[in-house]
Design a protein around this ligand. Sequence first.
Ligand SMILES: [Fe+2]
Length: 479
Amino acid sequence: MAEPLVVMDESGEPNPYLLGVYAPVKDETTTGDLRVIGEIPRDLNGVYLRNGPNARFPMKGRYHWFDGDGMVHAMHFENGTARYRNRYVRTRAFASESAERRSLWTGVMENPKGNPFGNTRGLNLKDSANTDLVFHRGRVLATWYLCGAPYSLDPLSLETIGVETFLDTLTGDFMAHPKADEHTGELFWFDYGPRRPYLRYGVVGAGGAVEHCVELDLPGARLPHDMGITENHAILMDLPLYQDMEAARQGRYKLTFNRDLPSRFGIMPRRGQAGEIRWFEAEPCYIYHVVNSWEEGEEIIMDVCRVSRPAPAGIGSPLSRMLSYLKLDARMYRYRFDLRTGRTSEEYVDEDHNTEFPSIDARRVGHRSRYAYNVSVKDADTNLFDGLVRYDNETGSKQTHHFGEYRYGSEAPFAPRDGATAEDDGYLVSFVTDEREGVSEVQIIDAARLTDGPVARVLLPQRVPLGFHATWVRSDQLR
Ligand SMILES: [Fe+2]
């Protein structure tokens, strides 16, 4: 078994996000020599890719789970075979730190003043490209939650091709969760920052260039994480959780949740001007992830994972505050925005179950989708995904798959079966790591029958640390 990479930070406290199932791995590996339990379906063809933090060097200052260097783990499935590969994203910061063989940046829990460089908005943190992966025009883009350069990767070799400039048309930064519309070939994105313009929204056209970009006026700096699209609209968010600017002036990173402000959802035509945005108000909240959004007559529906307590009690050491802020606690939730009246209605889809990291069939982004597949978040101090939950919009029913005791998974994107016609005719694929054994596997689950458990398990030569977002690239997209 490969040795873990032992990385500590300067706090002197054991940081759970550097240990156990989160501990970074040392090696970049490529292998097709894998033991399979069950049989890999021959109609599962494509690549499962997952991004996440993998700290390379002992951290300057305190480590936060979001600080680790972006590493992509991938499984390529082809005619019943599987091949595993993992690679760091070769960012500009990666190159700088490689040259000196040490950390040059402090993380989000420290004053970033002395750091070498940041994003184009002057946020002096390390753009690690560690957050999500989105497929567009033959490449996979590795993105960063605080807005950075999108790094273009080859989906099979995982080689970093370089910063994606969209034919030299991208100005500024790119957020973590752009939305790709496979029907039009467009890619929708925003970037945000602590100074005006607080939010910019743009569209990359099917030809690969930024064709539309507008500055949107917000009452102040915000921390939008995701967005929605429908056939005709884009949906942007102004939520009352934001960085305390007074603390920021003192070099501290502190979040404030203002319960007196509404949540606002800005709906505008996909290629609309700033003045065309219409703001819909709702109860104050925070949202990391949009499940999907679509149009129904004069209404726009948006399903999200809505955070239950945006501002946990800020007591204890910096480490315990970090742990409580990081802990995902969200519920499936639905908004309806009435374009005639300007009114919003909102309700729980599932008030009971803490689920996050939603995925749907990528071909339905912006169009009505019946099924969503979320991870189930364990009741624990750190983020552990102990199973998968499938939601059915039509029947309101749900199915669950539990990874097993001490076994934790990753975001599980939907992988359609070759020639599938039904929306749920395919598989869910997830890296699953065993906390006690320190080993990982890939589980392949029938998306229509989660309760049956995995149809196949592919055992991996090294542990896959728990991480962030994943995507599925179909074999027809690889051609
Ligand atoms: Fe995210």
